[in-house]
Design a protein around this ligand. Structure first.
Ligand SMILES: Cc1cc2nc3c(=O)[nH]c(=O)nc-3n(C[C@H](O)[C@H](O)[C@H](O)COP(=O)(O)O)c2cc1C
Length: 165
């Protein structure tokens, strides 16, 4: 965090917009993707945006309703999104989709070899929420190298920047 003058320092979140990052990142490399997305979203240049991270199994309806935009992240598992992110969708959809329509979002998917089923699932579920895709999702397989870490940071900062007032 950089130092603020007394007039700008906020002890509460009034006036801030909120970006919710909900993800399932069960391995060290995928944790690296999540960390890069969060770091990109929290760049100092992006002012007035509070970034909140939730593990997919812990995110709540209130987390979704209280946010202005979303980034979702998942591994590909058994030809689908992770059970954890599916659980997030299952437990929040009914209570949130009407109130959160059109809010900006994007997502990442990491797989070992084939993300087709996960991609189809993410598209159809997020179409159901009615959220607006503000930047191309990051979808890839294999090694999480520096190039992908950089793309993950850009994903984070691009979505966060749409929430700047
Ligand atoms: C039970 C299980 C099922 C998986 N199924 C798929 C799959 O259907 N498609 C795919 O591309 N990767 C699949 N994977 C690979 C994971 O997506 C991959 O391990 C994850 O993204 C983490 O990446 P890492 O192993 O490089 O850390 C599976 C992994 C596990 C443990």
């Amino acid at each position: 965090m950089h130092a603020h003058g007394p007039g700008r320092c906020r002890a509460y979140t009034g006036g801030m917009t909120r970006l919710l990052v909900v993800h399932h990142s069960p391995t060290l490399p995928t944790r690296g993707i999540a960390d890069a997305v969060l770091a990109g979203a929290r760049l100092d240049e992006i002012e007035g945006v509070e970034v909140i991270e939730r593990a997919a199994l812990e995110a709540t309806v209130d987390d979704v309703l209280g946010a202005d935009g979303y980034i979702l992240g998942t591994t590909a598992n058994f030809g689908y999104i992770s059970g954890a992110l599916k659980h997030f969708f299952d437990t929040t959809f009914n209570a949130t989709h009407e109130a959160t329509k059109k809010r900006p979002f994007s997502y990442w998917i990491h797989g070992g070899y084939d993300t087709t089923g996960a991609e189809i699932a993410m598209k159809s579920i997020t179409t159901g929420y009615g959220w607006s895709l503000v930047t191309e999702p990051l979808i890839f397989t294999g090694e999480v190298d520096e190039q992908y870490v950089q793309l993950a940071a850009e994903l984070g900062s691009t979505v966060a920047a749409t929430l700047m007032k």
